[in-house]
Ligand binder design. Structure first.
Ligand code: IPE
Ligand code: IPE
Ligand code: MG
Length: 252
């Protein structure tokens, strides 16, 4: 099947509203090619750009999230962290226009204040610049940690409670969710992780409660739109039960 046929097939089924990606394996990809880890990040960034453009143009997904930098990634060597921050700054700075052209609207989840100033400024500017776009909603998880996100929400609720503005009965799932970085973003329907790792790595701990997970052995820098369509196609075969009994199976 060629790419267009794959797209046609996918469009006949249910398209997930929100797909989240953990683009892992940049370093190992580079190592296997005898290259520096940074080259893996450079190529990985290109694959992300290609995929964003492909989805924005061809697949009616509403929300696409990339785990871009975790709160734990600060513990990598300084030179790698610096490279990643500069890459991000250049990516959004130079090619923010590409997002505009494709009607992509950018949003960040994570602690933006904790980024280096120059990266933070470009990130904020690009969010602002794309804020009236109405196409694909692109979410970058930047300086993001799932536990930190939950703790931040708990702290906000606790201070409202001690101020007398909130009773414990009022803390429903909906209220809690509205204090997360992802307020007004639906939970991901599908999570894709590359490089064969079978873990969540502190990503969207609350939001992934009923997300379908698809893992590929491919390293991120060799992940192509075809692989994305494979993931969607696999998702379309699944039955999401949310704790219920399979429909029709045990009917009399
Ligand atoms: C993912 O690739 C990119 C980031 C975490 C920023 P890695 O850099 O984790 O690559 P591996 O897992 O070491 O191969
Ligand atoms: C997850 O990948 C974070 C991002 C892709 C940004 P890591 O490479 O940091 O995760 P671990 O360390 O293998 O769990
Ligand atoms: Mg990794």
């Amino acid at each position: 099947m060629n790419l267009d046929e794959m797209i046609d097939n996918i469009l006949e089924g249910t398209i997930p509203e929100h797909v989240a990606i953990i683009p892992d394996g940049n370093g190992r990809w580079a190592h296997n090619q005898g290259l520096e880890r940074t080259e893996g990040h450079r190529q990985g960034t290109k694959r992300a750009e290609d995929l964003i453009e492909f989805i924005a143009k061809k697949i009616p997904i509403d929300f696409l999230t990339f785990y871009t930098f975790s709160t734990e990634n600060w513990s990598r060597p300084d030179s790698e962290v610096k490279f990643l921050m500069t890459l991000l700054k250049n990516l959004l700075g130079n090619r923010g226009d590409k997002l505009l052209k494709n009607d992509v609207r950018l949003r960040i989840i994570g602690d933006i204040d904790g980024l280096p100033d120059r990266t933070e400024n470009v990130v904020r500017k690009t969010v602002e610049k794309t804020s009236t776009n109405e196409g694909l909603r692109l979410i970058l998880a930047l300086n993001y940690g799932g536990r930190q996100e939950i703790l931040t929400a708990v702290k906000e609720l606790a201070s409202q409670a001690t101020g007398g503005d909130l009773s414990s009965e009022e803390i429903t799932e909906k209220v809690f969710q509205s204090h997360l970085y992802t307020s007004e973003i639906p939970d991901p329907d599908l999570l894709i992780r590359t490089s064969g790792e079978r873990r969540i790595s502190n990503f969207m701990l609350w939001q992934l409660a009923y997300t379908e997970i698809w893992i590929t052995e491919k390293f991120w820098p060799s992940f192509k739109p075809e692989n994305f369509l494979e993931a969607i196609s696999d998702f379309q075969q699944r039955e999401r039960r949310f704790g219920r009994v399979e429909k029709g199976k045990y009917d009399q």
